[in-house]
Ligand binder design. Sequence first.
Ligand code: SAM
Ligand code: SF4
Length: 464
Amino acid sequence: MVDTSFSNMTHSTQATERFLHVITWGCQMNVYDSNRMVDLLRPLGYKVTDKSEKADILILNTCHIRDKATEKVFSELGRLRQIKEYREEQGQETIIAVAGCVAQAEGEIILKRAPYVDIVFGPQTYHRLPKMILDIARKSGNVIETDFPVESKFDFLPAPEEAQGHTAFLTIQEGCDKFCSFCVVPYTRGAEESRPVQAIIDEATRLCELGVKEISLLGQNVNAYHGQGPDGNIWDLVKLAEKLSTIPGLKRIRYTTSHPNDMSDSLIAAHRDLPALMPFLHLPVQSGSDRVLKAMNRGHTAKEYYELVDKIKKARPDIALSSDFIIGHPGESIDDFKATMKLVNDITFAMAYSFKYSPRPGTSAAVSTNQVLENEKDARLQELQAVLKDQQTKFNQDTVGRTIPILFTNKGRKEGQIAGKSPYLQAVHVQGDESLIGQEHLVEVNECLTFSLSGNLVKESIPL
Ligand code: SAM
Ligand code: SF4
């Protein structure tokens, strides 16, 4: 997971006739899915707007991973209903669609509690969206599409026609068969499936033709990727990344999220040998306690995680490590929590996401009787987050004085500034000409600010 995850975001471009507004909650895979929904509806004449009141179709792409996901959806739907009613008074029809993992898990409930919703569809059926829209236009009643279809949606998605900028997400693997005690993904995204290599190469090539320079390969367990290669053999993530690195224009490859048990020796070696593979690795550990890791069904011990990190750091000493932590999994004692703190202090992370355990319907941990008290979870989480924040600050401060390549992706906040990302996924800005956006240049970092680094372009900087 990178720094855009678990945030709210909307698509936006100028519009002329029929409009579409997509609200995206959740992980990068949801952002990818939303982009593909836009690609699917473009041929029907829909253009993206960032103004929900202007939209003929409103899509809420939801996330079910934590918190009161369903209640959040109903609260947002209340707002969308008002828009629909207002537009109706003006003689304009509006289609409201709920997509994503909450739709998958709670489809029937959504239609019952919010009958003004026209379409409900899960993450595996959105390739049928144009037909669903046509069915609604024909007034044949509400549409619900939450099955796990035999066909793969990827076979029905059009090639991207517009890139969102110089970086892009590309889903290469979906679903999960690991069934961690706390996680809804196997239920909402279905079984693990890797896309065929050629389809990924075609999509990546198209994105690069549209100006993309950095691609983040996405999967729930992306490092378990094993797709059908054009040679008839099964390719792993290393072979795929090597092939992708030959696409003209593609400078940087990232991948997320990785499971520690799928971190092969060849993938670790690729961090040393493949220049396009960025020195950043998101490797969730969740807990530092063997007792909790076992209860979570993670399939490895803390010691094995330490050993894995050692191997990775040997191959690529400057790698920026990131992780996810769950605090207060059922049965987590104060000693278990101390083991997590010890792991964090021993390994040190450049970035991390930490969450209070949130019981998810249908998962094994949710019915466990030894739930941790909410105030205890709060206190532990605060303690952990304070340490993780200090480690992130220290990692960023250590970059000051170094000269590193920055891929510029957008204008900075202030006049004359341009901003981009370091190989370690840090936000960096400099004074520079907008024409450098989309290029990679050497920057000498000279200051560590709260949310970003600032620096100077190296004199007479030539695109790398
Ligand atoms: N596949 C990845 C892995 O195995 O680490 C994780 C994918 S999950 C979509 C993203 C993160 O959400 C997890 O790493 C975990 O920290 C967090 N998460 C998942 N279920 C959760 C729950 N019930 N409560 C709190 N956090 C949760
Ligand atoms: Fe969820 Fe990741 Fe565990 Fe799969 S491996 S069940 S996606 S946490």
